[in-house]
Ligand binder design. Sequence first.
Ligand SMILES: [Zn+2]
Length: 143
Amino acid sequence: MLTCKKSYRDIPFAHCQHRHDGHCALIHGHNWAITLTFACRETDENGFVVDFGKVKYLKAWIDENLDHACLFNEDDPDKDALLAQFGHLFKPYVLPGTSCEAIAEHIYEIFNPLVLQQTDNRAWITEVEIEEDSKNSAAYLPA
Ligand SMILES: [Zn+2]
């Protein structure tokens, strides 16, 4: 198996952890980085695992959904009332969880099928690493 990595850095977005008993329960932002590890058994005609010039759809998804967004946990009991009254102040993105770990898994679930489709099942994603500012990170690797 061969792998390659691509990072998208300095992506500003906000999140909150509504169950947390500390300051993570408050809406706050970070500069995030997303590092994708791609894998294949056979490279393309150029010897690439994936052609970085042909994965612009991943950056487009990040720009559309995460850049300057505010991430809400889908079971956050306050999000609906907050968005009903102040929705004009947010670019909301709702997902199953807003931890680094949950964001990494969510991105994997969205991106891996796209990569498989775009490469005719030749390449896939083996790891999604999420960095929250420069000190904290988590990764999702499918079992
Ligand atoms: Zn945070």
